[in-house]
Design a protein around this ligand. Structure first.
Ligand code: HEC
Length: 150
């Protein structure tokens, strides 16, 4: 008798719990905002991107200017990743634009330095997007190179 009523209580509690959970308002059916932004452009302010055309231009500049001293593999190997994963694309841009090519620092137009950064990002597995990387160190500071650590 006692056992039975304990069992009963147990099931009642279970039943209530089940009830409570199934009765909980199904959360995230929040209606999509009626005036959602027109689709493809991903939030331009939050995500800097580069295009694959830009990365291709960067590769061409790299090949004509940088390969007298560097191999492209130097810029996606473990040493490179370790050196830059705590920095931003802006830091890398600053470094390259002010120190490279070593025999003529700062001699390229800013857009070509940005193109080279795009090339490096692509070599390191960053996905190209729909906007070009700006030739603007401050803007590029918003783009963390932390994914290099993956
Ligand atoms: C005349 C030779 C020379 C040329 C040309 C040159 N570099 Fe360098 N670069 C060097 C030297 C030397 C270093 C220093 C190596 C060091 O101290 O780690 C270096 C270092 C670097 C580094 C830092 C290395 C790292 O792993 O963090 C980057 C990035 C870089 N160069 C990019 C470029 C780019 C991009 C170009 C073409 C625009 C270029 N370099 C052209 C000689 C050159």
């Amino acid at each position: 008798m006692r056992m039975n009523s304990k069992c009963l209580n147990f099931f009642v509690v279970l039943g209530l719990a089940a009830c409570a959970s199934s009765g909980a308002p199904a959360a995230p059916e929040v209606a999509a905002p009626a005036e959602a932004a027109p689709e493809p452009a991903p939030a331009p302010s939050s995500a800097l991107s580069f295009t694959s055309a830009q990365a291709d231009r960067g590769r061409d500049v790299f090949r004509s200017v940088c390969t007298t001293c560097h191999y492209s593999e130097e810029f996606n190997d473990q040493i490179f990743k370790r050196s830059w994963r705590r920095s931003s694309a802006g830091d890398l841009y600053d470094f390259i634009a002010t120190s490279m090519p070593e025999d003529a620092p700062g001699s390229l137009p800013p857009t070509q330095y940005a193109d080279i950064i795009a090339y490096f990002l692509q070599m390191n597995g960053f996905d190209p997007g729909s906007m070009e990387l700006p030739a603007d160190a401050d803007a590029l500071k918003a783009l963390s190179l932390a994914p290099l650590g993956n």
